[in-house]
Write a protein that binds this ligand. Structure first.
Ligand code: AMP
Length: 281
């Protein structure tokens, strides 16, 4: 695996690969890699001649300074994992490489995605996501971009960015990888103790409960039952339990099989914010 730290060096490599007509798959990450990330690398390897992974903890997408400061880093382990899985290129830039002084920072028109759900509870988060992805996609210029469904709204935002900035890459959304308990894998899980991890399974169970009861119970009732269940199991702050139209993320008042829907949950346990989602139809 080749590791690049400078934009100039990776750009030279990318230009050579493009000249040879090699397809490039790109997996952007913030490191502390787990099987969820590795599944994206494997998916890219299946369909591209070159797989590029980036590890960059992007400061501009953290609305909470302490979340940024506590974000786990495991560079040596990450490099070993990537070599093991056969990743071709790792881009490991500094903040100065991603955000040099002369780069213009845009305001991205992502519509209601900016104010709904994650947008509402993490002010400025998606502008930061767009900034970093605009820069990374401009540098890597991939044919295919691999993202996880785990960050459902982020996938929608990045699809919008691709359209706004006229990138030609195709977005491939990969399934959420879970622990055998059902807990979605996340870099933030390392900040949970065993008791928290066991309790956090209630998120997955709640989503299954909603999926199974969507035609039996009113939506507001299910949202209330699930919120109570989360609080009873050790979650101390719930940002949202929402059943939404999966194309627009608008709340659904009444379930209707003709509306594609998704349940999304964000809640804090032991100071760690967990998010998850499940498609209902
Ligand atoms: P992150 O390092 O958390 O920014 O995530 C990098 C990429 O990995 C994003 O596209 C995430 O959606 C994806 N990802 C994170 N966790 C999982 C998971 N459990 N299963 C599948 N993809 C994931």
């Amino acid at each position: 695996m080749i590791i690049f730290k400078s934009v100039l060096d990776i750009s030279t490599f990318i230009n050579r690969s493009k000249f040879k007509n090699q397809t490039i798959g790109f997996v952007p990450t913030m490191g502390a890699l787990h099987d969820g990330h590795i599944s994206l690398i494997n998916e890219s390897k299946k369909n591209n001649e070159i797989t590029v992974c980036s590890i960059f903890v992007n400061p501009t997408q953290f609305n909470d300074k302490s979340d940024f400061e506590k974000y786990p880093t495991k560079q040596e382990d990450d490099i070993a994992l990537l070599i093991d899985v056969g990743c071709d290129v790792l881009f490991l830039p500094t903040v100065g490489e991603v955000y040099p002084n002369n780069i213009p920072l845009h305001n991205y028109d992502i519509g209601s995605l900016e104010t709904l759900l994650e947008g509402k509870y993490r002010s400025g988060h998606f502008q930061g996501v767009c900034q970093v992805m605009h820069r990374l996609l401009s540098i890597i210029n991939p044919n295919n971009l691999y993202l996880g469904q785990k960050d459902y709204q982020q996938c929608m935002v990045i699809q919008r960015l691709i359209e706004l900035a006229n990138f030609t890459c195709k977005l491939i959304i990969c399934a959420t990888i879970r622990e055998s308990s059902g807990l979605a894998m996340s870099s933030r899980n390392v900040r949970l103790n065993e008791k928290n991890k066991n309790a956090a399974v209630v998120i997955y169970e709640s989503m299954l409960f909603i999926k199974e009861n969507i035609t039996n119970l009113p939506i507001s009732k299910m949202e209330e039952i699930v919120s109570q269940k989360l609080l009873k199991n050790g979650f101390n702050r719930i940002d949202y339990v929402a059943i939404c139209n999966s194309k627009t993320l608008e709340n659904i008042a009444e379930f209707n099989t003709s509306i594609p829907s998704v349940v999304l949950i964000a809640a804090f346990i032991n100071g760690v914010r967990l998010i998850d989602n499940m498609l209902i139809s």
